[in-house]
Design a protein around this ligand. Sequence first.
Ligand SMILES: NC(=O)c1ccc[n+]([C@@H]2O[C@H](COP(=O)([O-])OP(=O)(O)OC[C@H]3O[C@@H](n4cnc5c(N)ncnc54)[C@H](OP(=O)(O)O)[C@@H]3O)[C@@H](O)[C@H]2O)c1
Length: 337
Amino acid sequence: MTLINAQCRLAARPEGLPKSSDWDLVEKAASEPRDGEFRVEVEYLSVDPAMRGWMNAGRSYVPPVEIGEVMRAAGIGRVIDSRHPGFTVGEHVYGVFGVQRYAVSDGQGVTRVDTTLAPAPVHLGVLGISGLTAYFGLLDVGRPEPGQTVVVSGAAGSVGSVVGQIARIKGCRAIGIAGGADKCRWLIEDLGFDAAIDYKRDDVRAQLREDAPDGVDVFFDNVGGEVLEAVLGRLARGARVVLSGAISQYNATEAPRGPANYMQLLVERASMTGFVIFDYADRYSEGVAQLAQWLSSGELRSREDIVRGDIARFPEVLLHLFRGGNTGKLVLALDGE
Ligand SMILES: NC(=O)c1ccc[n+]([C@@H]2O[C@H](COP(=O)([O-])OP(=O)(O)OC[C@H]3O[C@@H](n4cnc5c(N)ncnc54)[C@H](OP(=O)(O)O)[C@@H]3O)[C@@H](O)[C@H]2O)c1
């Protein structure tokens, strides 16, 4: 039986927020695996802010997605045919399979997913790249010490929600910055953050003065822009700023301006360090083991925001990230046949 593969391809480089004409939805016969390859039916797609950057031309930490190419995406699926000695039909695997229903792989960069440990979507969130970004970004780059104050922006998102929880596990005071009262309540009541600031309603600077009276020792920034500037103004002596992302700038149509008060780094003898999780690839198993242990002991909670639909829903689901429509890890669960 010939399988029909639905794909979402990049049709144009977006200006600002991606719109429907930036995508091509294509249906074609799915490729068959050759010797040394296997075919995956993708079940869960990871929907990530970084995707917006991959749609732009220009130099970055990975090459851009080319026009006409299947949109890059990590996902989890089931092996449905295999001519590869290392992968067996029925196994769940993780890989960068793209925004498509069926992918053929030679196994490079593909890992087995242990769904007895946690359901598949958790392996895209807490036990996946998001959790690892939080783990290594906070502990290796931020280097928090017990009793210190850790602030995280994008706190109710996939990475941010894990950062604050690890800060608490490590004996720090955790302050989250997120959009909306419901998200802030979730951070405090369910995840154990010490304080949460609603950047859409509160005066972030004034609230930080109240919540971090001795200053901020570690700032894990996922957002950039005005939020970054507000927290730089509150750094403690020797603070570490972890530059994880700047989602407030990803759809900007003009070149973003850096923080006007960056000299606070000098005044407070602070550092600001950019990091890319891929540089920690040889330590992923260490991170996953620790995250899984915290998850099973109940010290760490995972939340996945799962949208169900077919490949055609991807363009709209991606926009949830830029509108604050998700809490926790955003996943597109592909409908079965
Ligand atoms: N450095 C690395 O290796 C690495 C790896 C993975 C991810 N990241 C970065 O980590 C960050 C979070 O990624 P994620 O996957 O966990 O996404 P996420 O936080 O689950 O989702 C994005 C969230 O960003 C917030 N947001 C959107 N536009 C905003 C704006 N203009 N101002 C302030 N907040 C805004 C929204 O929450 P609100 O409702 O709170 O606004 C939204 O829910 C991103 O910047 C991403 O690029 C970095």
